[in-house]
Design a protein around this ligand. Sequence first.
Ligand code: PGA
Length: 230
Amino acid sequence: MIYAGNFKTNHTRASTANYIEELKDKLRGKSLEDRVYIFPPATALDDYEGDFTIGTQNAYPAQNGAYTGEIGLEQLDEFGIKSILIGHSERREYMAETQDKVSQKFAFFQEQGFEIIYCIGEPLEVRENGFEDVMKYLLAQFDGIDINYDKLIVAYEPIWAIGTGRSATVEEISTTHRALKNAINDRPLLYGGSAKPENIKEIKAIAGVDGVLVGSASLDANSFSQMVLS
Ligand code: PGA
Protein backbone atom coordinates (compact mmCIF):
# COMPACT_ATOMS: atom_id res chain seq x y z
CA MET A 1 0.00 0.00 0.00
CA ILE A 2 1.00 3.58 -0.60
CA TYR A 3 0.38 6.19 2.11
CA ALA A 4 0.88 9.80 1.07
CA GLY A 5 0.50 12.71 3.48
CA ASN A 6 -0.24 16.11 1.94
CA PHE A 7 0.33 18.87 4.50
CA LYS A 8 -1.03 21.59 2.18
CA THR A 9 -0.40 25.02 3.82
CA ASN A 10 0.16 23.52 7.27
CA HIS A 11 3.27 22.93 9.38
CA THR A 12 6.44 24.98 9.53
CA ARG A 13 10.00 23.93 8.86
CA ALA A 14 10.50 23.34 12.59
CA SER A 15 7.27 21.40 13.13
CA THR A 16 7.92 19.30 10.01
CA ALA A 17 11.33 18.32 11.39
CA ASN A 18 9.69 17.24 14.67
CA TYR A 19 7.01 15.38 12.77
CA ILE A 20 9.61 13.49 10.72
CA GLU A 21 11.47 12.46 13.87
CA GLU A 22 8.26 11.11 15.37
CA LEU A 23 7.24 9.39 12.14
CA LYS A 24 10.63 7.75 11.67
CA ASP A 25 10.30 6.13 15.00
CA LYS A 26 6.76 4.90 14.43
CA LEU A 27 7.49 3.61 10.92
CA ARG A 28 9.87 1.00 12.29
CA GLY A 29 6.83 -1.25 12.54
CA LYS A 30 5.61 -0.84 8.95
CA SER A 31 5.63 -3.64 6.38
CA LEU A 32 8.49 -3.53 3.90
CA GLU A 33 6.25 -3.37 0.86
CA ASP A 34 4.35 -0.30 2.12
CA ARG A 35 5.54 3.04 0.77
CA VAL A 36 5.15 6.33 2.63
CA TYR A 37 5.34 9.82 1.11
CA ILE A 38 5.23 13.18 2.85
CA PHE A 39 4.48 16.39 0.97
CA PRO A 40 5.37 19.25 3.33
CA PRO A 41 5.08 22.93 2.38
CA ALA A 42 7.94 24.22 0.19
CA THR A 43 9.68 26.00 3.08
CA ALA A 44 10.04 22.67 4.89
CA LEU A 45 11.59 20.69 2.02
CA ASP A 46 14.83 19.04 3.07
CA ASP A 47 16.76 15.83 2.58
CA TYR A 48 15.37 14.06 5.65
CA GLU A 49 16.47 10.48 6.05
CA GLY A 50 14.10 7.65 6.85
CA ASP A 51 11.87 4.97 5.41
CA PHE A 52 9.72 7.46 3.46
CA THR A 53 9.97 9.75 0.46
CA ILE A 54 9.70 13.53 0.62
CA GLY A 55 7.89 15.11 -2.30
CA THR A 56 6.84 18.58 -3.32
CA GLN A 57 3.21 19.72 -3.42
CA ASN A 58 3.97 21.83 -6.47
CA ALA A 59 6.73 23.31 -8.60
CA TYR A 60 7.06 25.41 -11.71
CA PRO A 61 8.02 23.52 -14.86
CA ALA A 62 11.42 25.14 -15.30
CA GLN A 63 15.00 24.58 -14.17
CA ASN A 64 15.07 28.13 -12.75
CA GLY A 65 14.28 31.60 -14.06
CA ALA A 66 12.02 34.62 -13.62
CA TYR A 67 8.91 33.02 -12.10
CA THR A 68 8.24 35.10 -9.02
CA GLY A 69 7.02 33.11 -6.07
CA GLU A 70 7.64 29.72 -7.65
CA ILE A 71 10.25 27.03 -7.10
CA GLY A 72 11.79 25.04 -9.96
CA LEU A 73 14.04 22.06 -10.48
CA GLU A 74 17.11 23.75 -9.08
CA GLN A 75 15.43 24.26 -5.70
CA LEU A 76 14.16 20.67 -5.67
CA ASP A 77 17.51 19.20 -6.69
CA GLU A 78 19.13 20.79 -3.67
CA PHE A 79 17.24 18.31 -1.49
CA GLY A 80 17.10 15.41 -3.94
CA ILE A 81 13.32 15.78 -4.37
CA LYS A 82 12.06 13.55 -7.19
CA SER A 83 8.34 13.25 -6.39
CA ILE A 84 5.60 15.76 -7.08
CA LEU A 85 1.84 16.16 -6.74
CA ILE A 86 0.22 17.46 -9.92
CA GLY A 87 -3.41 18.33 -10.63
CA HIS A 88 -4.69 18.62 -7.07
CA SER A 89 -8.22 20.08 -7.08
CA GLU A 90 -7.16 22.95 -4.82
CA ARG A 91 -4.57 24.05 -7.39
CA ARG A 92 -7.02 23.60 -10.23
CA GLU A 93 -9.57 25.71 -8.35
CA TYR A 94 -7.71 28.33 -6.27
CA MET A 95 -4.66 28.72 -8.50
CA ALA A 96 -6.72 28.41 -11.70
CA GLU A 97 -4.57 25.62 -13.13
CA THR A 98 -6.26 24.58 -16.36
CA GLN A 99 -5.96 21.10 -17.85
CA ASP A 100 -3.56 22.61 -20.35
CA LYS A 101 -1.27 23.97 -17.62
CA VAL A 102 -1.53 20.78 -15.62
CA SER A 103 -0.56 18.66 -18.61
CA GLN A 104 2.42 20.90 -19.46
CA LYS A 105 3.62 20.58 -15.89
CA PHE A 106 3.15 16.82 -16.10
CA ALA A 107 5.15 16.58 -19.33
CA PHE A 108 8.00 18.62 -17.86
CA PHE A 109 8.34 16.54 -14.70
CA GLN A 110 7.90 13.32 -16.64
CA GLU A 111 10.82 14.39 -18.82
CA GLN A 112 12.81 14.91 -15.61
CA GLY A 113 11.98 11.40 -14.43
CA PHE A 114 9.92 12.49 -11.42
CA GLU A 115 7.48 10.20 -9.70
CA ILE A 116 4.16 11.93 -10.28
CA ILE A 117 1.11 11.58 -8.08
CA TYR A 118 -1.49 12.86 -10.48
CA CYS A 119 -4.77 13.93 -8.86
CA ILE A 120 -8.22 13.85 -10.40
CA GLY A 121 -11.66 14.28 -8.89
CA GLU A 122 -15.19 15.48 -9.60
CA PRO A 123 -17.25 18.19 -7.87
CA LEU A 124 -20.49 17.33 -6.08
CA GLU A 125 -22.82 18.50 -8.86
CA VAL A 126 -21.15 16.08 -11.29
CA ARG A 127 -21.43 13.20 -8.81
CA GLU A 128 -25.11 14.02 -8.40
CA ASN A 129 -25.63 13.75 -12.18
CA GLY A 130 -24.72 10.07 -12.03
CA PHE A 131 -21.84 7.73 -12.74
CA GLU A 132 -21.65 8.28 -16.49
CA ASP A 133 -21.04 12.01 -15.97
CA VAL A 134 -18.51 11.28 -13.23
CA MET A 135 -16.44 9.09 -15.54
CA LYS A 136 -16.68 11.58 -18.40
CA TYR A 137 -15.42 14.32 -16.08
CA LEU A 138 -12.61 12.20 -14.65
CA LEU A 139 -11.40 10.92 -18.00
CA ALA A 140 -11.23 14.49 -19.34
CA GLN A 141 -8.66 15.14 -16.61
CA PHE A 142 -6.33 12.75 -18.45
CA ASP A 143 -6.28 14.99 -21.53
CA GLY A 144 -2.65 15.56 -22.46
CA ILE A 145 -1.44 13.16 -19.73
CA ASP A 146 0.73 10.15 -20.62
CA ILE A 147 -1.00 7.41 -18.67
CA ASN A 148 1.69 4.96 -19.73
CA TYR A 149 4.39 6.82 -17.81
CA ASP A 150 6.00 4.21 -15.60
CA LYS A 151 6.40 6.56 -12.60
CA LEU A 152 2.78 7.61 -12.58
CA ILE A 153 0.57 7.11 -9.54
CA VAL A 154 -3.02 8.35 -9.86
CA ALA A 155 -5.01 9.70 -6.91
CA TYR A 156 -8.79 9.77 -7.18
CA GLU A 157 -10.08 12.46 -4.86
CA PRO A 158 -13.76 13.40 -5.10
CA ILE A 159 -13.74 17.15 -4.34
CA TRP A 160 -16.81 16.88 -2.11
CA ALA A 161 -14.95 14.45 0.15
CA ILE A 162 -11.81 16.57 0.59
CA GLY A 163 -11.50 18.18 4.01
CA THR A 164 -15.18 17.62 4.71
CA GLY A 165 -14.88 14.68 7.08
CA ARG A 166 -17.24 12.76 4.80
CA SER A 167 -15.35 10.21 2.73
CA ALA A 168 -16.93 8.62 -0.35
CA THR A 169 -18.78 5.38 0.43
CA VAL A 170 -17.21 1.99 -0.13
CA GLU A 171 -19.58 1.50 -3.06
CA GLU A 172 -18.65 4.85 -4.65
CA ILE A 173 -14.92 4.22 -4.26
CA SER A 174 -15.22 0.68 -5.49
CA THR A 175 -17.16 1.42 -8.72
CA THR A 176 -15.06 4.48 -9.55
CA HIS A 177 -11.75 2.70 -8.92
CA ARG A 178 -12.79 -0.28 -11.00
CA ALA A 179 -13.59 1.95 -13.97
CA LEU A 180 -10.48 4.08 -13.50
CA LYS A 181 -8.15 1.09 -13.19
CA ASN A 182 -9.29 -0.02 -16.64
CA ALA A 183 -8.74 3.43 -18.07
CA ILE A 184 -5.22 3.81 -16.67
CA ASN A 185 -3.89 0.36 -17.55
CA ASP A 186 -3.81 -0.78 -13.96
CA ARG A 187 -1.39 1.91 -12.70
CA PRO A 188 -1.32 2.38 -8.91
CA LEU A 189 -4.49 4.20 -7.85
CA LEU A 190 -4.90 5.98 -4.52
CA TYR A 191 -8.09 7.18 -2.91
CA GLY A 192 -8.18 10.60 -1.24
CA GLY A 193 -10.88 12.53 0.60
CA SER A 194 -11.34 12.34 4.38
CA ALA A 195 -9.30 9.15 4.72
CA LYS A 196 -8.51 8.78 8.43
CA PRO A 197 -7.65 6.19 11.08
CA GLU A 198 -11.38 5.45 11.57
CA ASN A 199 -12.03 4.43 7.95
CA ILE A 200 -8.62 3.33 6.66
CA LYS A 201 -9.26 -0.38 7.11
CA GLU A 202 -12.43 -0.38 5.03
CA ILE A 203 -10.88 1.82 2.34
CA LYS A 204 -7.80 -0.39 2.09
CA ALA A 205 -9.93 -3.47 1.72
CA ILE A 206 -11.61 -2.18 -1.47
CA ALA A 207 -10.43 -3.86 -4.69
CA GLY A 208 -8.59 -1.37 -6.89
CA VAL A 209 -7.37 0.77 -3.99
CA ASP A 210 -3.57 0.77 -3.86
CA GLY A 211 -3.25 3.36 -1.15
CA VAL A 212 -4.44 6.71 0.16
CA LEU A 213 -3.62 10.39 -0.24
CA VAL A 214 -4.30 11.97 3.13
CA GLY A 215 -4.70 15.66 4.02
CA SER A 216 -6.12 16.50 7.47
CA ALA A 217 -5.41 13.13 9.10
CA SER A 218 -1.76 13.28 7.98
CA LEU A 219 -1.03 16.46 9.93
CA ASP A 220 -0.53 14.57 13.16
CA ALA A 221 2.30 12.01 13.01
CA ASN A 222 0.47 9.75 15.40
CA SER A 223 -2.74 9.67 13.38
CA PHE A 224 -0.88 9.22 10.08
CA SER A 225 1.34 6.43 11.38
CA GLN A 226 -1.72 4.74 12.83
CA MET A 227 -3.06 4.60 9.27
CA VAL A 228 0.20 3.22 7.89
CA LEU A 229 0.36 0.56 10.58
CA SER A 230 -3.34 -0.34 10.40
P1 PGA B 1 -8.38 15.39 3.31
O1 PGA B 1 -7.56 15.91 2.02
O2 PGA B 1 -7.75 14.10 3.71
O3 PGA B 1 -8.22 16.47 4.33
O4 PGA B 1 -9.80 15.21 2.87
C1 PGA B 1 -7.16 15.03 1.02
C2 PGA B 1 -6.39 15.74 -0.05
O5 PGA B 1 -6.77 16.84 -0.47
O6 PGA B 1 -5.36 15.22 -0.53
